[in-house]
Every structure is written in C-alpha cells, then in structure tokens.
Design a protein around this ligand. Structure first.
Ligand code: PHE
Length: 345
C-alpha cells in the first residue's frame, strides 16, 4: 500500500510539474485530490483495515494529501507570478512611475464668499434662512410695498414665468432675496434675525458687471427698539470683518420701496485708501450694499405692530463682494465654467 502511495505521489508531481497555465490546475486537483481520486479511495477504505495497518497507512495517506495540497498552492503561486511578469513585460508597464493624482474638487468662489459672509452674521446672532427662486409676484413685489404699475418695479428687470391666473402673470424668477423677508416674518414672531443667501435673476443683457443670474444675501432684524444705530453698527462691523479692521464706511440716502429711510453703504477704497483710483472710479468709495429701516407697511402686512416693533434690512450681491476681494474684473467669469479661472480660488 505504501508503495502505491509513492507511485501516486510521483505521478501527481510529474503531472503538476508539466502544467504551464493556472487554468489546468483545477483538473489536476480533481484528478489527484478529488472525490474519485485514488488517494481519496485509500482514505475512505481505511476503516475496513486492521488497526495497526490503519494507523500506518492513514498517517502516510494524510501526509501525502497535505503534501499534494501544498504543492498545488505553490504551483498556483508560481504560475501567477510568472503570468504577472509576462503581462508587465508585454505592456512595458513601469510600476515605479509615480501615480497620477485624482483631480481634486473645491468650493466655488461664490460658495466660499457666501459661507464667509454668513459666518460673520451667524457670529452676531443671525440665523440662515432660504426661500424659493421661483416666486410669486406677491412676495417679490406686492408685499414689499411695490404695487402693480408702481414705477419702482422698473428697478428690477424681471423674468416672468409663463403662467396666467385671472389674466395676470403673478409668477416670476425672484429679482432679489427680499421676498424671503416676508416669508420669514409670516412664519415667526419677533425677535427676528436672519440672513438669506440665494440665487436671483434679472432680465438683463450681460456685461462685465451684470449677469442675468447672480447671488445675493439678504439680512433682516426686527425687534422692539431697533434703530438706525443698530443698522449702522451691524453693517460697520460686517464691513470691517470682511474687508479689514481699518475700513471706514459711508451711508448715503437711497431709495428702496420696502425701507424708510433707505440707504446705501460704501466702504473706503482699500486699493487707494480713499485717494481715488480706477477701482473706486476716482471717488475713494466703493458701494457694497443697500439697506434701510423696514417700512411700517411691511410690518403691518405680516401682522407686526409697527408701534411696537421696528427693524432693519440689507441686501448685497455676493459676486460683487468676491470681485472686490479678489480683484476679479468680469462677473461673467463666475459661471462660464472655465477651470483656469475657478481653480485660482
Ligand atoms: N433687494 C434690494 C435689491 O436687490 C437690496 C435691499 C435689500 C435694499 C434690503 C434694502 C434692504 O436691490
């Protein structure tokens, strides 16, 4: 019997030796280690043998089984290595070359500025709110003290949605983030302190300073005893945090139907320090936002008593802020998807 095992062993090894491809290994395994292989036959027959012989033969047969299994594993490994070497040689692949880096994404410049501006106001106790870009005439104009046929509507070249109701077209793409003032006040009672970033749309030809879609951020604070001093102090702090601790600000009268009084705020030009240069059109000042005290009509409309509550609101274009911060001279670069531009930020 042991001689038989020796023969099995010699036969199996010489066959294994001859194999040149991993695909043939399985057939070899079935032949020599499978259920119908002579070795398995011997192992199965052990039970019928006398004890002494069973021990001896059993040990030898099991040893052979383990030996063949190990030989198979070694052969498989050797073939695999040889195949890899062949493939590498065929492809002339230099595995020592450094890998190609994955392109890494980043936040869009507008998103960065939006977060930065929000963070400044959040640190002052404002919450962040959002509203729809497709808006009703009511929120975009009517509730903001801009009735139908009021000439102030000309301040916002409007993209109307093709939707008729009772012969009117009350739906539009919001022209500013101010409608969210109304939406927020409808939902809450004072005190209100929110900032509202988001996209706005204008029916306008594009040029270096105009896009038909851009971003604004709105601010609104309403409470008892809010005064113009709160407006000025808040926006002054904001300007200094965003544009540097030396900044001076200037408020001038301006008109927006939903505030009274209305102002615009400028910062002193950080390029020329106020002496006058190209950036500030020789004026020394750069206008960055519109603001004012919330008009009593608006408070009344949302059910706030203007005898008890007052507030201030402001709004600014985010791209303009980014352009000032980074010296970008054309707003059309923002959404032209040119990576050479976008990667700079
Ligand atoms: N919504 C105004 C605009 O787009 C800006 C503004 C907001 C002015 C809030 C005053 C108060 O021009």
């Amino acid at each position: 019997m042991t001689e038989e095992l020796e023969r099995f062993k010699a036969q199996a090894l010489s066959e294994l030796e001859a194999i040149a491809e991993t695909g043939e290994l399985e057939a070899w395994r079935i032949r020599h280690l499978g259920r119908k292989s002579p070795l398995t036959g011997i192992l199965r027959g052990l039970a019928t043998l006398p004890l002494e012989e069973r021990r001896r033969l059993g040990a030898a047969a099991n040893e052979l089984k383990v030996f063949l299994e190990e030989s198979l594993a070694q052969k498989r490994q050797a073939l695999r290595e040889a195949e890899t070497a062949r493939l590498l040689a065929a492809a002339a692949l230099d595995v020592t070359l450094p890998g190609r880096p994955w392109p890494q994404g980043g936040l869009h410049i507008t998103t960065q500025i939006q977060r930065e501006v929000c963070d400044i106001f959040v640190a002052m106790g404002f919450q962040v709110a959002e509203g729809p870009e497709v808006e009703w005439d009511y929120y975009n104009f009517e509730a903001l003290n801009i009735p139908k046929d009021h000439p102030a509507r000309d301040m916002w070249a409007t993209l109307w949605i093709d939707y008729e109701r009772d012969g009117e077209r009350p739906m539009l793409l919001r022209t500013h983030t101010s409608p969210v003032q109304i939406r927020v006040m409808e939902q809450t009672r004072p005190p209100v302190r929110v900032v509202v970033p988001g996209k706005v749309y204008r029916y306008e030809a594009t040029d270096a300073t105009h896009e038909w879609m851009f971003y604004q951020i709105e601010g609104l604070a309403v409470d008892a005893n809010i005064t113009m001093a709160d407006l000025k102090g808040t926006l002054f702090q904001f300007a200094r945090r965003l544009f540097g601790p030396e900044r001076r600000v200037r408020f001038r009268c301006d008109y927006f139907p939903f505030v009274e009084p209305g102002v615009d705020m400028s910062i002193d030009c950080f390029v020329c320090g106020g002496k006058g240069c190209r950036l500030c059109s020789e004026s020394g000042w750069i206008e960055i936002l519109g603001a004012g005290m919330v008009h009593p009509n608006i408070l009344r409309r949302v059910g706030y008593d203007p005898e008890v509550y007052s507030g201030f609101a402001f709004g600014m274009g985010l791209e303009r802020i980014a352009m000032l911060r980074h010296g970008i001279d054309d707003i059309r670069l923002f959404y032209a998807n040119d990576l050479r531009f976008l990667r700079q930020f």
